[in-house]
Design a protein around this ligand. Structure first.
Ligand code: GLC
Ligand code: CA
Length: 557
C-alpha cells in the first residue's frame, strides 16, 4: 500500500452548529472552532471534518446548500474560515469540509434559474419532468425523508423535479457535464485555498438508473425504497474517477466517502490503490438490524452482532485500503446509548466501546462529544424534535400502529438530534455552549457529563480517549495500529470481542462485552499491559480475570 500523509492520523467530526457559540445567538460558529483548536490538539486530533458551513436555509441543517462559495452568516465569515485554515496549519492540523453535491438547496441560484426557465441551461442541471395532475409520477421511489421523490416545480403546474432527500434538496443532474465541471471548479477553489480535503456526502446517489421506472412497492405508501434503484444503477465510478482526477489527485487531498451498501467488488474501486477516494466510512455496525419498515422495527444490537460486523469489515479491507471507523456521527444515535444495552451503561462500557473501535485497522473518527461519553436523551414530546428524518420516522411508527408514547420512545433512540445536541463544555448554564438560547436543547445530564469535570479526572472518558490517541500516534505502535492485520481471538466466545493487531509489533485487544465478570485465557508472551479501562488487572499465569465491560490491551515485553 502506498504511504499517504493521512495514514496513521486521528480525525474528528465537528458539527459546527452545536460545538461552541461565541456571540450568544445560540448557534455554534467558526470562531468557536478556532477557539477550541488547542482543545482538539490536546486531545490528539490531526484531521478535522466540519459538517456543512456553507450558506443554507437549513432545511436539512446545512446539507441543503444555497451557495457553495460562501460561509453562512450564522457561522461567521470567509475571513473566519481563512483564519481557521491558517490556525489549523500552524498546529499541523488539517481541515476537511463536507461536500454535498448530490443535491443543492432549492434556494440555490441554479434551481431558481431552472424554475424561471425549465427548458434553459439550468433546467438541465436538475431532473425535471412533465407531469399532469392525475397522472402517475415519473417513478415510485420513496424519498429518504418520506413521501415521493417528485415535487411540483415552483411556478409550473405541469412539471415536477426530483429530490431523493427533502423537497428543499433538488437532485443535481450528474449526467450533465456542465454540472460536473461546476462542481469540480468549486472543489478546486476550496482546495486551492488550503483545504485538505472533503467528506463526501450521500455520494452513491449521484448515479440514477435511467430512464426513470418503478421498483417493487415495499411499504403501504405505494412507494419503493431508493435502495432498490441504487442496486440497479451502474456507472457511478465513471463520475467518481473523473472527480478524483479533476480534483483530489491533483492536490493530494484526502477524501472520505459516505458509502452504504457497496458491492464487494466495488471496495478496491472506492479505496484501493487507484481508488476514487482515500477512504470511506465503515457503516457495518450502524446498519445492524436496520429494517426496511422503519426505525420502529429496528431491534437492539447484540455484542455478538457487533463483533461479527467488525470482523467482517476488517477482513474485507485488509490489503485493500484504509477504512474510516466510527461509532457515531451526526446521523446516528450516540454510540454508547446504541451499542451498550439499555440499563447497562457505565464509564467502563463507554471506554471499552471507544477503545474497541479506535484500535481497529483504519482511520478513527471521533464525533464531537464522543470523547466525553455524551449520551442520547429523552424527549417529552415530538414538538421538541428538530430533525426532519426523525419526524418522518415518528409518523411511520404511528402508522404502523405504535402508540404516541412508544413512537416517541423510538425517536428518543434514533433521532439525529441526539448527536446534534450542544457540546457539553461545563456545568455552567447551557453547558457552557452559549450565553444565549441554544438552538437545540442541551442534554440535562450536562451537569455531570462535561469537559470541565473530566479534564483533570484521571479516570474520565476524556482522558481515556487521550490515551487512545497517544497510543495510536506513538512511534512504537503507530505502524502496527495503522497497517497491522486484525486477527480475531476466541471469536466463538460469547460476548468477548478480542483481536490481535499484527504489524511490526503484536498487540492483543480484549473486551468483555457484558456486565458479568469472567476469566479469559491469554496466549503465551502477552504480559505487558498497554491500556486498561479499569484500574485492576488480574493476570495470573495465562488467565486474565476481566470485570464487566473491561477492555485491556496487552503487548509483549
Ligand atoms: C447524508 C448526511 C445527512 C444528510 C443527507 C442528505 O446522509 O450525513 O445528514 O441529511 O446526507 O444530504
Ligand atoms: Ca454564534
Amino acid at each position: 500500500m502506498e504511504k499517504k500523509w493521512w495514514h496513521g492520523k486521528t480525525a474528528y467530526q465537528i458539527y459546527p452548529k452545536s460545538f461552541l457559540d461565541t456571540n450568544g445567538d445560540g448557534i455554534g460558529d467558526l470562531r468557536g472552532v478556532i477557539n477550541k483548536l488547542d482543545y482538539l490538539k490536546d486531545l490528539g486530533i490531526d484531521i478535522i471534518w466540519l459538517s456543512p458551513i456553507y450558506c443554507s436555509p437549513f432545511a436539512d441543517q446545512g446539507y441543503d446548500i444555497s451557495d457553495y462559495y460562501n460561509i453562512d452568516p450564522a457561522f461567521g465569515t470567509m475571513d473566519d474560515m481563512d483564519e481557521l485554515l491558517a490556525e489549523a496549519k500552524k498546529r499541523d492540523m488539517h481541515i476537511l469540509m463536507d461536500l454535498v453535491v448530490n443535491h443543492c438547496s432549492d434556494e440555490h441560484e441554479w434551481f431558481k434559474k431552472a424554475c424561471e426557465d425549465p427548458d434553459g441551461k439550468y433546467g438541465k442541471y436538475f431532473y425535471i419532468k412533465d407531469w399532469k395532475e392525475g397522472e402517475p409520477l415519473p417513478c415510485n421511489w420513496r424519498s429518504y425523508f418520506g413521501g415521493p421523490v417528485w415535487e411540483k416545480l415552483p411556478g409550473h403546474d405541469d412539471k415536477v423535479y426530483l429530490h431523493v432527500f427533502h423537497k428543499k434538496q433538488p437532485d443535481l443532474n450528474w449526467e450533465n457535464v456542465e454540472v460536473r465541471q461546476d462542481v469540480y471548479k468549486m472543489m478546486n477553489w476550496w482546495l486551492d485555498k488550503g483545504l485538505s480535503g472533503f467528506r463526501i456526502d450521500a455520494i452513491i446517489n449521484i448515479k440514477k438508473k435511467l430512464p426513470f421506472k418503478n421498483y417493487p412497492v415495499d411499504r403501504n405508501d405505494g412507494l419503493s425504497s431508493i435502495d432498490n434503484m441504487l442496486a440497479d444503477a451502474e456507472g457511478l465510478f465513471d463520475f467518481l474517477d473523473e472527480m478524483a482526477t479533476e480534483t483530489f489527485r491533483k492536490h493530494d487531498a484526502f477524501s472520505v466517502g459516505e458509502v452504504f451498501n457497496e458491492k464487494p467488488e466495488d471496495l478496491p474501486l472506492f479505496i484501493g490503490d487507484n481508488g476514487v477516494f482515500s477512504s470511506m466510512f465503515d457503516f457495518a455496525e450502524t446498519v445492524i438490524n436496520k429494517s426496511p419498515k422503519g426505525a420502529y422495527d429496528q431491534k437492539p444490537v447484540t455484542a455478538e452482532q457487533y463483533k461479527e460486523a467488525v470482523f467482517n469489515s476488517q477482513k474485507k479491507v485488509h490489503g485493500v485500503g484504509i477504512i474510516s471507523n466510527v461509532i457515531e456521527n451526526h446521523d446516528e444515535p450516540r454510540g454508547v446509548s446504541h451499542y451498550i444495552p439499555e440499563g447497562e451503561l457505565t464509564l467502563a462500557g463507554k471506554k471499552m466501546l471507544g477503545g474497541l473501535n479506535f484500535l481497529l485497522q483504519g482511520l478513527p473518527f471521533i464525533y464531537q462529544g464522543q470523547e466525553l461519553g455524551m449520551e442520547n436523551f429523552c424527549y417529552n414530546s415530538i414538538d421538541e424534535v428538530d430533525d426532519i428524518s426523525a419526524k418522518d420516522e415518528y409518523k411511520v411508527a404511528l402508522e404502523a400502529g405504535l402508540s404516541p408514547k412508544d413512537a416517541l420512545h423510538v425517536i428518543d433512540h434514533f433521532s439525529r438530534d441526539n448527536a446534534r445536541s450542544p457540546f457539553q463544555w461545563s456545568d455552567k448554564e447551557n453547558a457552557g455552549f452559549t450565553s444565549g438560547k441554544p438552538w437545540l436543547r442541551v442534554n440535562p445530564n450536562y451537569t455531570e457529563i462535561n469537559y470541565e469535570a473530566q479534564k483533570d479526572a484521571a479516570d474520565s472518558v476524556f482522558n481515556f480517549y487521550k490515551k487512545l490517541t497517544a497510543l495510536r500516534s506513538s512511534m512504537e505502535y503507530n505502524e502496527t495500529l495503522t497497517y497491522g492485520e486484525t486477527v480475531p481471538y476466541l471469536r466463538e466466545t460469547n460476548n468477548l470481542l478480542a483481536y490481535y493487531r499484527k504489524g511490526e509489533k503484536e498487540l492483543l485487544v480484549l473486551a468483555n462485552f457484558q456486565t458479568g465478570a469472567r476469566d479469559i485465557p491469554v496466549p503465551e508472551g502477552f504480559t505487558k499491559v498497554i491500556l486498561n479501562n479499569i484500574e485492576d488487572i488480574k493476570l495470573s499465569g495465562n488467565t486474565l480475570h476481566m470485570e464487566g465491560y473491561q477492555l485491556i490491551v496487552l503487548g509483549k515485553e
